[in-house]
Design a protein around this ligand. Structure first.
Ligand code: HEC
Length: 275
């Protein structure tokens, strides 16, 4: 009985939780973008990751660090998979601080694949001072650190929606603020909680020029950079999903074997020794 009661209490809590999230408008207030990396069989689109890296490098990297990612990761399977020579060239295009040298001084040198992405500001205070007091967060785990969908039930079906939220945020500058909402020194954004954000609109039509000829609309650049950030937050996603599918298949095979052996073993008991 106790078990049944607990079960019912959980069901009620889940329903109420989902209901209140929807009442607050949290359940639907993002653009529901479709990603190639969604679902059990989802994979990253290599060309999209490469374009997304370009957007991060040419636009976001002047304010946001990506401190958990190394240049060599850009060449690894499951990611943008830039060829080795290109990874070296990308690394060398960044300046990293190394040292101390024999005199005890820190010095600058071009990056190598083993380096992490260097941060655009030397410390948090400098980053805030350049951004009107607001801190541009590190983007390494940002797609996991934000949610676009709320309520346990919604998240069970649609996922937490971190990529959808960031996609919406990047697209959320174009609307006029509603009557009575004055963003003041900040910027109006239709998807940021509170609608006022310190980050000015970062992406415009043709902020970058894609080498593969893709038209660089705001939507396209946003989708590309979000896919890149989703990969940065989970570089082994493809391997994890493949392992999951493989394990489920194995479980099914073992399940059938177990069922059949069990049936054979109990046959004499069920039908007598002669069976
Ligand atoms: C000129 C500096 C600047 C640039 C360029 C910039 N950002 Fe930001 N970003 C900020 C600041 C400052 C904040 C903090 C905003 C706040 O807390 O109000 C921020 C916040 C964010 C957030 C967190 C929003 C949240 O929910 O807390 C995300 C995600 C983000 N930026 C993504 C990007 C991406 C992706 C790009 C490149 C396309 C980019 N930013 C370019 C300065 C910048």
């Amino acid at each position: 009985m106790r078990f049944v009661k607990t079960l019912m209490a959980t069901a009620v809590a889940l329903t109420l939780g989902a209901g209140s999230a929807m009442a607050a408008g949290g359940g639907t207030h993002v653009i529901d973008h479709t990603w190639s990396f969604e679902g059990v069989f989802g994979k990253f689109d290599r060309a999209q990751l490469q374009r997304g890296f370009q957007v991060y490098k040419e636009v976001c990297a002047s304010c946001h660090s990506l401190e958990l990612v190394s240049f060599r990761n850009l060449g690894e399977p499951g990611g943008p998979q830039f060829p080795e020579e290109q990874v070296k060239a990308i690394a060398a295009s960044f300046t990293v601080i190394d040292g101390p040298d024999a005199e005890g001084e820190m010095f600058e040198r071009p990056g190598v694949p083993a380096d992490k992405f260097p941060a655009p500001f030397p410390n948090v205070e400098a980053a805030k001072a350049s951004n009107g007091g607001a801190y541009p967060p590190d983007l390494s785990l940002i797609t996991k650190a934000r949610a676009g969908y709320h309520g346990i039930l919604t998240q069970m079906v649609q996922g937490a929606g971190g990529p959808e939220y960031i996609y919406s945020l990047l697209n959320g500058y174009t609307e006029e603020p509603p009557e009575g909402l004055d963003p003041g020194e900040l910027n109006y954004n239709a998807y940021f909680p509170g609608y006022r954000i310190a980050m000015a609109q970062p992406l415009y039509e043709d902020s970058v020029e894609y080498q593969d000829g893709t038209a660089a609309t705001i939507e396209q650049q946003s989708a590309d950079v979000v896919a890149f950030l989703a990969w940065a937050a989970e570089p082994k996603m493809e391997a994890r999903k493949q392992a999951g599918v493989r394990n489920i298949l194995l479980l099914i095979i073992f399940g059938v074997l177990l069922w059949y052996s069990n049936k054979q073993l109990w046959k004499p008991v069920k039908y007598g020794q002669d069976a």
